[in-house]
Design a protein. Structure first.
Lengths: 326, 301
């Protein structure tokens, strides 16, 4: 049984990737845009997964980092006309710095307290954006007239031609998946997962728990910030509405329901939580009700999510050939 | 001076409401070590049930304004208390032995379910409470005006809090609740039915929250289905401020937060009013996580 599952897995992933790549050729603009949203939320989910899934820190203010990235992009682009894709590192840097400053004092808080503080953080950021902090965020109306991204002089307008944008965001998603896969299996990823399962034992084994947790926060924030660039350049305008606490809840649900700590699980979570409401349009108003019930039921029957990560295995024969390292 | 005094009494009235909600958080946390995220939505349900009872029963026409409102508040409290018990059965009871964070996620799901149920039943727009049920006179203390409404709200919340305090400290059932909060297993060995205690806590806490909901409806005159979230977070801040798990702490924290918020909104910035509570929350968790009166629950945060 296990062997059969293993044999199906690779072709199945291949088929899904192929289907995803050719999908915009067959579906209309509207559905391509839905896929774009799925990809953006998949990126956000993956970045939150570093903090919540690997690090085990209940962080529900991820929309704050997303907002910092998006606003950094919007402000610099509209003020000085710097091409938006060049601003991706700047957005990541800004979000990362913000995370560093904010997370440092709260990193040691226990799970449920961290949750409530991060909710407070995202609310403060939203209120600050609405109050036009420093006079650069445009208040409740937000910022208009953000350029669409251009690759080698080719303009990608996310509203007019979602299919072009689709390949841009897919490229970034692919890079992200590869990098995060490597991260997951690196020394850093293993240390993070260890301290998530037993913090005292991890500290006893010489892992700088506070340092690793902070690093996880910063990496997650950098990625959310860069995703913010993609979002701002797709929409052409941003407002505080887009970065409310509910956005954070959606990201949180993607990770928890999909399978925290597992890349495939998070991708599935994004597809389900962003895609399903579009398919069942008639049930739109019951959307949150159903997700809320799903959260409750999942916690009772399958708290690890739909696709939980497999435990790491160290087969003896591969260890001896140095194919896996401890 | 007059502005200061006006804001002080306003803060105390709102603080009394925060304190009532905070008591629900603190009692549940004391016994189960669980942040009941859905508590704010129980408060919203209280406000909406109060409105329904108020408009459908027309009690205030028969037995007079104040008595009618009091009777309604008691009915709303009972109903919200029962919903609280049902919530515990559905969302928390199956998770008693699971890791604590599973229960937190379930609580979050329950909160989403409850607030959306309210929206589907009552509609997404703001609802208005009938006006003129309570006396709207203003009386003067040392020549400074105080609307009677504020006084009634503050008095009602203080009466409820003192009632709860006496109940917890002086009665046998109250002792059982305190025992279960200190050590559930030991309490069970002493013959206390801990499941019954939990049920009672999930009745009293939401009932007080429901009373607070009715008060908000009467005080501000309008209610929305999302208000439970903001009030819930602020009340939770109040519970932490006083020291979570500590009943007098929730009272002090609530009143203090109400005053801080009212004065902050006046003298610092009105636009940042809602952020003040969150700044207080973050500050208190960083500087003194056990709260002002100390956490009764001996555990490291």
């Amino acid at each position: 049984m296990k062997l059969a599952a293993g044999r199906i897995k690779k072709p199945a992933y291949g088929a899904i990737i192929l289907l995803w790549m050719i999908a915009p050729l067959f579906i209309g603009k509207y559905w391509t845009d839905v896929l774009n949203n799925v990809a953006i939320y998949a990126l956000l989910g993956l970045s939150l997964n570093i903090i919540l899934g690997y690090g085990g820190m209940f962080h529900m203010g991820h929309a704050a980092f997303y907002a910092v990235g998006a606003y950094t992009t919007a402000i610099i682009n509209t003020a000085w006309g710097v091409p938006v894709l060049w601003l991706m590192p700047a957005a990541g840097l800004a979000a990362g710095l913000f995370a560093l400053v904010v997370a440092r004092p709260i990193i040691h808080l226990r799970g449920d307290y961290l949750l409530i503080v991060t909710i407070g953080m995202v609310e403060i950021v939203r209120i600050a954006l609405i109050n036009n902090v420093f006079g650069i965020t445009g208040g409740a109306n937000g910022i208009f007239g953000i350029d669409s991204p251009s690759v080698f002089g080719f303009q990608i307008n996310g509203i007019v031609a979602p299919a072009h944008y689709f390949y841009l965001v897919t490229a970034f998603l692919a890079i992200t998946i590869v990098l995060f896969y490597l991260l997951e299996n690196s020394r850093f990823g293993r240390a993070l997962k260890f301290l998530c399962s037993d913090e005292v034992a991890a500290e006893g084994s010489g892992i700088n728990t506070a340092g690793y947790k902070l690093a996880a926060f910063v990496i997650g924030a950098v990625w959310a910030g860069m995703t913010g660039t993609l979002y701002a350049s797709k929409m052409g305008f941003i407002s505080p509405e887009s970065f409310s606490f509910w956005e954070s809840v959606v990201m949180f649900m993607i990770v928890i329901l999909g399978g925290s700590g597992n890349i495939a699980g998070v991708l599935l979570g994004a597809a389900l939580i962003i895609g399903l409401p579009e398919i069942f349009q008639g049930l739109q108003q019951y959307r949150l009700l159903i997700f809320g019930l799903a959260l409750m039921i999942m916690m009772i029957f399958r708290p690890q999510g739909i696709l939980p990560p497999k435990p790491r295995s160290y087969p003896i024969d591969k260890l001896e050939k140095n194919e896996v390292s401890l | 001076m007059e502005q200061f005094f006006t804001q002080l009494t306003n803060g105390l009235a709102v603080g009394g409401i925060y304190a009532l909600i905070a008591l629900g958080y603190t009692m549940v946390y004391g016994v189960l070590k669980l942040i009941n995220f859905a508590h704010g939505d129980l408060f919203t349900i209280g406000a909406y049930l109060g409105l329904t009872l108020l408009t459908s029963l027309a009690l205030t026409d028969h037995i007079g304004g104040l008595a009618g409102v009091l009777l309604l508040a008691v009915m709303a409290m009972g109903l919200v208390g029962i919903i609280g018990i049902l919530l515990d059965r559905a969302a928390y009871k199956p998770l008693r032995t699971s890791p604590r964070l599973s229960a937190v996620v379930s609580a979050l799901g329950a909160s989403i379910v409850l607030s959306n149920t309210v929206m589907l039943v009552y509609g997404p727009s703001t609802r208005v409470y009938p006006q003129g049920l309570l006396p709207s006179q203003v009386f003067y203390i040392f020549g400074l005006p105080v609307p009677v409404m504020r006084f009634v709200i503050l008095a009602a919340s203080i009466v409820l809090m003192i009632g709860l305090y006496v109940f917890i400290q002086r009665t046998k059932i109250g002792t059982a609740i305190r025992a279960a909060a200190i050590d559930q297993d030991a309490a069970r060995l002493m013959g206390i039915n801990v499941d019954r205690v939990i049920m009672l806590v999930f009745f009293i806490g939401p009932a007080l929250g429901g009373a607070a909901g009715v008060m908000v409806g009467l005080y501000y005159g309008q209610i929305t289905f999302t208000m439970g979230w903001t009030y819930g977070l602020k009340a939770f801040t109040a519970a932490i401020l006083g020291g979570i798990g500590n009943i007098p702490g929730a009272m002090v924290g609530g009143l203090l937060l109400g005053v801080i918020e009212a004065l902050g909104a006046t003298y610092i910035s009105m636009a940042w009013k809602d952020a003040i509570a969150f700044f207080v929350l973050i500050l208190i968790l960083i500087v003194r996580p056990t709260g002002l009166l100390g956490e009764r629950v001996a555990e490291k945060i």
